[in-house]
Design a protein around this ligand. Structure first.
Ligand SMILES: Nc1ncnc2c1ncn2[C@@H]1O[C@H](COP(=O)(O)OP(=O)(O)OP(=O)(O)O)[C@@H](O)[C@H]1O
Ligand SMILES: N[C@@H](CCO)C(=O)O
Length: 320
């Protein structure tokens, strides 16, 4: 369940009115999600209903949130279908509700496509490239807080909890990724703000058409190739085995590259970056599983899934 903080209706009504979004007609807690409190809100404005999502941030604070919310606003203003944080009269998009940082964004229509076809993958690939290009002029910067520095910090913390063969793989892969990060090809990778967590459950479709990306709360500045690799590791594999799916993979990469052709350093490093993407989520899932923070809020995902994906990408490297 994902209402960790109950929001009284009169508090939500006052906020939505203050943002100029109309009169609250319905407020309903959202069951999905494990990080934040989310409500769907419907308001009526000039006789017409509009649909919003009210989020109370349970983990993130005022330090990191402006980067995520302003990035969403920047992308939305450039025609990328992402939730657009709503401002008050003073222009603020980060609010406070029940003592927690909060935002109100437009509700994207549709639903997640948890069994994507090649056509869905092509739509996500195309929009991912458009999003990377649209984020170029964004004037705030925050590193990917789940990037290489975090893996170096966190791998030693999770090692005591895993089997010897897993510990050997974690150490070897971390050494490999540090080696890659010292290469001239890595330094040549184009960078910018990236989503960094664009899994199947963070994209909406309606009648087969992509209606938006959401959940930007792991976004940060990193290589565009890392973002692509994170997507390919989720959208273009068989979830049960972790095996690469060449048809969905080709559809995703071709659609991405039609909008933004891959540089030669990116083609060269894609196999290594697919391993990096798998390592990132194996480590974070191990960390959530063995060292739960605020345990009541977290239902950790299965770490073994990304161990399988990593072993698969090492045994069978995939190129674009
Ligand atoms: N802007 C939006 N438009 C439509 N639905 C949304 C929007 N934001 C969130 N949702 C719905 O709320 C659910 C929970 O949101 P989200 O995935 O962001 O949860 P979370 O707890 O913040 O993060 P996590 O995915 O890490 O568990 C989503 O699965 C989606 O159904
Ligand atoms: N996408 C992440 C969860 C955090 O959003 C995972 O599958 O581990």
């Amino acid at each position: 369940m994902a209402v960790f903080t109950e929001v009284p209706e009169d508090i939500a009504r006052e906020l939505l009115a203050r943002l100029g979004l109309g009169e609250l007609r319905e407020l309903r807690g959202i069951q999905g999600g494990i990080e934040n409190t989310n409500y769907f809100a419907t308001t009526e404005h000039d006789g017409r209903p509009s649909h919003w999502v009210l989020t109370l941030f349970e983990r993130l604070g005022h330090d990191q949130l402006p980067f995520y919310l302003h990035l969403m606003k920047h992308l939305a203003s450039r025609g990328i279908p992402v939730p657009d944080p709503q401002a008050d009269r003073a222009g603020d998009i980060l609010h406070t509700v029940c003592g927690k940082p909060a935002a109100v964004v437009n509700r994207l229509p549709g639903h997640s496509e948890l069994a994507p076809t090649a056509a869905h993958c092509a739509s996500v690939g195309e929009m991912l490239a458009r999003m990377h290009l649209a984020a170029r002029g964004f004037d705030r910067s925050q590193p990917n807080l789940r990037g290489l520095a975090w893996w170096n910090e966190t791998v030693p913390v999770v090692l005591p909890f895993v089997e010897p063969a897993q510990a050997a793989l974690l150490r070897a892969e971390l050494a490999f990724q540090n080696h890659v990060a010292a290469s001239s090809a890595w330094a040549a990778l184009p960078r910018g703000p990236v989503h960094a967590d664009l899994f199947r459950d963070n994209v909406m479709f309606e009648d087969g058409a992509l209606t938006g990306f959401f959940d930007f709360y792991f976004a940060g500045v990193d290589s565009w190739l890392f973002d692509l690799a994170v997507c390919l590791n989720d959208w273009c594999i068989d979830l049960a085995s972790g095996a690469h799916d060449p048809v969905r993979f080709d559809a995703f990469v071709r659609a991405y590259a039609r909008v933004r052709p891959l540089a030669s350093a990116e083609r060269q490093l894609l196999p290594a970056m697919l391993r990096a993407g798998a390592l990132r989520f194996w480590v974070s899932r191990l960390w959530d599983f063995h060292l739960p923070r605020e345990a009541a809020l977290l239902k950790p995902h299965d770490p073994a899934h990304f161990e399988r994906v990593l072993r698969g990408r090492i045994a069978h490297p995939v190129s674009a």
